[in-house]
Design a protein. Structure first.
Length: 307
């Protein structure tokens, strides 16, 4: 029941919508994303970081995703997000993942090309699609950390060379987003004209990382029950819509789900201080994630795209 990112994203590019890539860490996240996708008849990408593999276990994640894919009326890809460790990347390619990302963005341009091309070659023999990244995003996500000063927008001409010389199926570009909850110090601004230029020169689907909106209601709920998230700012919905219109076919979401999960678990603990049944408080978090994923699917335009 699992398909490749290439299959999902080629259709998205043609249909002018985007597919959500939702990071998973445990059973509740998988259940929530799968249920939301099934109810809305949407393709989704279940994204797994190297940190998530270390936390939840490789076999556990693969098995749970396969079970979810068999149950729901949706189309799923199992994708390695921000792969850096070649041993992990090879294990994913050979053992059930349908897509991998090789993140060579911190490397010099020629080194990024070389390591990405190597992964493309390894993945091709297993029918696994590959996402590369060019340019740097600020912020912190799992073991991905790039300071704001080092953040570098993707150069459109370099993007053309990168795609031609590596053979990647999709390309993550840097146009002003960042990882984590604290994306902007002032009003959010993305390099939309740069995105349009890249899209006009590159024929493969483009990917937007660090795209969570940081829902203010969820932040306030979390903070009202003891969290200290602070002045977090995300990417506005209008900016996401414009990015999709200008050529983005895959949008990565992680922070929004984490905040919602945290907010409603904290709320449940406060409402039921004597409770200690994990099914009840984790269930509240899972329901919150379902709401987040449904909203993103509608925002990206991927509802009712499964035939």
């Amino acid at each position: 029941m699992l398909v490749t990112n290439k299959e999902l994203l080629d259709a998205a590019k043609k249909g002018k919508y985007a597919v959500g890539a939702f990071n998973i860490n445990n059973m509740e996240f998988i259940q929530a994303i799968a249920e939301a996708a099934g109810e809305l008849n949407s393709p989704v990408i279940l994204a797994v970081s190297e940190g998530a593999i270390k936390y939840a276990g490789f076999e556990n994640l693969v098995s749970m995703v396969r079970i979810a894919a068999e149950r729901e009326n949706a189309r799923f890809s199992l994708h390695l997000d921000h792969g850096k460790d070649m041993d992990v990347i090879e294990r994913c390619i050979e053992n059930g993942f349908t897509s991998v990302m090789i993140d060579g963005s911190p490397l010099p341009f020629e080194e990024n090309i070389a390591v990405t091309r190597e992964v493309v070659k390894k993945a091709a023999s297993h029918g696994v699609s590959v996402e590369g990244e060019l340019g740097k995003l600020a912020g912190v996500e799992d073991n991905v950390s790039v300071s704001e000063q080092d953040a570098k927008f993707t150069d459109p001409d370099e993007a053309v060379q990168f795609v031609e010389r590596t053979g990647v199926d999709s390309l993550a570009v840097a146009v002003g987003t960042s990882h984590g909850a604290y994306k902007f110090k002032s009003e959010p601004r993305l390099g939309m004209d740069r995105l349009s230029e890249i899209a006009s020169k590159v024929s493969i689907p483009l990917v937007l990382h660090g795209a969570s909106g940081v829902n203010r209601e969820h932040v306030e709920i979390a903070n009202s029950f003891g969290a200290g998230i602070g002045d977090a700012r995300g990417v506005p919905d209008d900016a996401i819509k414009e990015a999709v219109r200008r050529g983005i076919s895959k949008v990565n979401i992680d922070t929004d789900m984490r905040i919602a999960f945290t907010a409603f678990i904290r709320k449940k603990f406060s409402e039921d201080p004597k409770g200690f049944d994990p099914r009840k408080y984790l269930g509240a978090g899972r329901d919150a994630i379902i709401g987040v994923v449904k909203a993103k699917i509608r925002l990206f335009g991927s509802e009712n795209k499964v035939r």
